[in-house]
Write a protein of this length. Structure first.
Lengths: 271, 217
């Protein structure tokens, strides 16, 4: 006999909603992510691509790009195009430095020959969510108002399917998307020169702040350099999420965000 | 927009400001950026709509005398990085940066040691890049300075959008064998004349208009 599909949204019986919980005090950095390597966690960088064989990035488990399909619409195809400008490689290198054993995948949506309309961004993100990646790192946003609703729907879809979206906040107080949606983990840059420091912001919409100043990043051509950029903070948090999910498989995006909050340095220090 | 309204818009835009006026506006932006960040130079690049290259539109400081109008591929250098990623960036030691287009810098006769760059975005379209070369060390390293640069780039983006619209209008005017351009020049002269000349000119144009309408009917 097949299970009857649910007819209404309902909470369920008491036994159905029992959730294993750790006490608030038990959620420390030590418990949450210390000692983890990211093993078993699939991370996708939706950006300008990733340069293959870069020493700061290492193995890339999948490389894709958004291109114009036969009907002119955007489609995702396997790609050997590498990185169109270096931005995605820089972000991937940061994730690798934090979670050295995670799987790294790339979807090129910037400079992909199908950019400018925002369609590439939406198509690439939808594809990444459909693949069921554990973490998607988005160091980009759009100010196009008509994309707000599709991106909000994708944010919710990812949230309910168990994909953690980590998105860069705009560094000015302007409306851009998808970082403003509560379904994603939004990240800005703090001014401290500490790659391990993640701070919770009690005055959202930007929820977390991480290292974006004087960051050593992977540069095209196998190089590296030290630079400052708002979007470098996001892969620091994406990497931390990969560690948490590696040590605690099965956590939902809500739980991962809660663990991030509970292990943020300013939250711990205030106890 | 139909053909007639596009022509009206083109003439209005062309009459509203010359390329020289806009150059003054862009120049004031790079001059101010240079002072704010105590830098050796500052430049604005615009993506050329026809060939897609980045073109020096305004330069303050090093290279000011000869760089305006020079172009290079929009995929090269840190300007290309910033344009394509739409992300502002500070690099404090360019000697270690493989992205830095040293050949382009050397061709401009000035090789900076540090650089700040922000994309110029208007309504989500990347129009160009604002660069600040060799800012004073204390004025460049942090996120706050990057935010200030991004804020300033918003002003440059609006100015650059006006320049782009003006040039688009100019192309439409020049496209009809220059006839519409002549018409725009007449309207512009009329607008700039004193009250007496303007009134006399308008009387002449009204007469011409009546004559043309009579002949058509």
């Amino acid at each position: 006999m097949t299970a009857r599909p649910p007819l209404t949204w309902r909470l369920g019986l008491e036994d159905d909603i029992a959730v294993a919980a750790s006490g608030h005090a038990g959620v420390t950095a030590e418990w949450a992510w210390r000692g983890a390597t990211g093993r078993g966690v699939r991370v996708c960088v939706v950006d300008s691509g990733i340069e293959p064989d870069h020493p700061m990035v290492g193995r890339i488990d999948g490389s894709y790009a958004v291109r114009a399909g036969a009907d002119g619409g955007a489609v995702v195809v396997e790609s050997e195009a590498g990185d169109s400008c270096g931005h995605g490689t820089a972000c991937a290198g940061i994730i690798r430095s934090i979670a050295p054993e995670c799987e790294l995948h790339s979807v090129q949506v910037l400079g992909a020959g199908f950019s400018g309309t925002g369609d590439a961004f939406v198509t690439g993100l939808r594809w990444a969510i459909d693949q069921g990646f554990d973490v998607v790192s988005l160091s980009l946003s759009t100010r196009r108002r008509h994309l707000a609703e599709p991106l909000r729907e994708l944010g919710d879809l990812a949230y309910f399917r168990g994909t953690v979206l980590v998105a860069s906040a705009h560094n000015l107080p302007v409306e851009s998307f998808p970082w403003r949606f509560s379904s994603v983990i939004s990240v800005g840059s703090h001014a401290e020169n500490d790659p391990d420091l993640i701070l919770y912001n009690p005055r959202p919409p930007v929820e977390f702040f991480a290292h974006g100043s004087e960051v050593e990043v992977a540069w095209p051509g196998g190089g590296r350099t030290r630079c400052t950029g708002n979007s470098f903070a996001t892969p620091h948090v994406a990497g931390r999420c990969a560690l948490i999910m590696s040590k605690h498989p099965g956590l939902t995006p809500f739980q991962v965000k809660t663990v991030l909050y509970q292990t943020s340095q300013n939250v711990r220090e205030e106890r | 927009m139909n053909a007639n309204s596009e022509i009206v818009a083109a003439i209005s835009t062309a009459v509203a400001g010359s390329d020289q006026d806009h150059r003054v506006l862009l120049q004031s932006i790079v001059d101010t950026a240079r002072v704010i960040f105590e830098a050796s130079a500052s430049s604005i690049f615009l993506v050329n709509e026809e060939h897609g290259d980045l073109v020096f539109e305004a330069v303050s400081g090093e290279g000011e005398a000869f760089l305006v109008g020079r172009r290079f591929p929009s995929t090269k250098g840190i300007a290309g990085w910033v344009l394509n990623s739409r992300d502002a960036l500070i690099v404090n030691d360019l000697s270690t940066s493989t992205v830095f287009a040293r050949d382009i810098a050397e061709s401009t006769a000035y090789v900076p040691g540090a650089l700040m760059a922000a994309p110029l975005i208007y309504e989500d379209e990347a129009l160009g890049v604002l660069e600040v070369l060799d800012p004073r060390p204390g004025a460049r390293t942090g996120i706050d300075e990057l935010t200030l640069l991004t804020l300033f780039a918003g002003q440059a983006s609006a100015a650059l959008r006006i320049v782009q619209r003006n040039r688009h209008a100019r192309r439409i005017l020049d496209g009809a064998d220059g006839e519409l351009g002549e018409l725009a020049a007449i309207v512009s002269t009329l607008a700039q004349g004193d009250n007496g000349r303007r009134e006399a000119g308008l009387r002449l144009i009204r007469s011409l208009h009546e004559l043309l309408v009579d002949n058509r009917s």
